[in-house]
Structures are given as structure tokens and as C-alpha cells.
Design a protein around this ligand. Structure first.
Ligand code: FES
Length: 163
């Protein structure tokens, strides 16, 4: 974390000796520190380290399979984007859309934790919802999901409106 302080100079007209007089006066505002955090690793997908490769397979709506070697900790959405898989992710993983909807193989769906309320709310808006639907941005690769297969729905529902 880095800390910086800003000095702010204000200039204001004042009334001096009972006469209106435009006098420039500099006021030093108290230093107010602020901090920034390092840039987050947003959407950054690292290749897996040798010996730590996990595998996931995306099946497109027309049945084309793409199997990838991936690292633990990456979301299916980020993996899809990194490898040009057609998974939209309009809100970039902030649980504000359902365009990252994937249909998870039942074998792996059973291993996942239940979706939270926010994810369920967005899944309710997903096109072609199934019993094993999840949001790809919430599916994080780990050893227990090695070999996971997800199918992309034939359409997504994007609730944003354009003029
Ligand atoms: S990208 Fe919007 S909820 Fe996953």
C-alpha cells in the first residue's frame, strides 16, 4: 500500500480594512492522506505450473468441445475469455447479469457449494436455466473440479438496454 498526501491551495477574495478589495489569499488546506491498493489481478489468467495442471472442457451450443489446461484459482469466465470461448460475462463477474451462465456436468455440480442468494437471483434471469446451471464467474477451478465439463447455453439474456 502506498500513502500519498495532497496539498490543496484555495484562492478566495476577501474584504480588507472595511473596503471591498479583491485580495488574493492562499489558504493551505490541511494535508489529507489517502491510500491506494496495488492493482488487482482482475481477469489475469496464469498458465498452470508444471505438474499442477487442471483440466476443464467447454462445450459450445453446437457441440464443439474445447479442453484446456488451467490453473487453480481462475474462474471459468476468466478462463473462457483468455481462450476466446464465447462466454459473454457482461458485468465482468460482479454478479449483475446472467450472461456467464453455464450448464455444469451433474457429476461436478454435486461437488460445488450451493449458489448464494445473489447468484441465484441472477440465475433466475438466465436463458435456458437447468438444474445444474451456474454462473461461470462464480465457478473457481480447484483440484476437486479437475476435469469439469460445462456446456454453454444457446443464448443469453442481457438485461442492459441500448438507445
Ligand atoms: S459475468 Fe455477470 S454475473 Fe457473471
Amino acid at each position: 500500500m502506498f500513502r500519498f498526501a495532497l496539498a490543496r491551495t484555495l484562492r478566495a477574495p476577501v474584504v480588507a480594512a472595511g473596503r471591498r478589495q479583491a485580495v488574493k489569499m492562499t489558504v493551505e488546506a490541511p494535508l489529507r492522506p489517502f491510500s491506494i491498493s496495488s492493482v488487482l489481478r482482475h481477469k489475469h489468467v496464469e498458465p498452470p505450473k508444471p505438474g499442477e495442471e487442471l483440466h476443464c472442457t467447454f462445450i459450445s451450443p453446437d457441440g464443439e468441445k474445447t479442453t484446456l489446461e488451467v490453473a487453480a484459482g481462475d474462474s471459468l469466465l476468466d478462463i473462457a475469455h483468455e481462450h476466446d470461448i464465447d462466454l459473454e460475462g457482461a458485468c465482468e463477474g460482479s454478479l449483475a447479469c446472467s450472461t456467464c451462465h453455464v450448464i455444469v456436468d451433474p457429476e461436478y455440480y454435486e461437488k460445488m457449494e450451493e449458489p448464494g442468494d445473489e447468484e441465484n437471483d441472477m440465475l433466475d434471469l438466465a436463458f435456458g436455466l437447468t438444474e445444474t446451471s451456474r454462473l461461470g464467474c462464480q465457478c473457481i477451478m480447484s483440484k476437486e473440479f479437475d476435469g469439469i465439463t460445462v456446456t454453454l447455453p444457446s443464448a443469453t439474456r442481457n438485461m442492459s438496454f441500448q438507445k
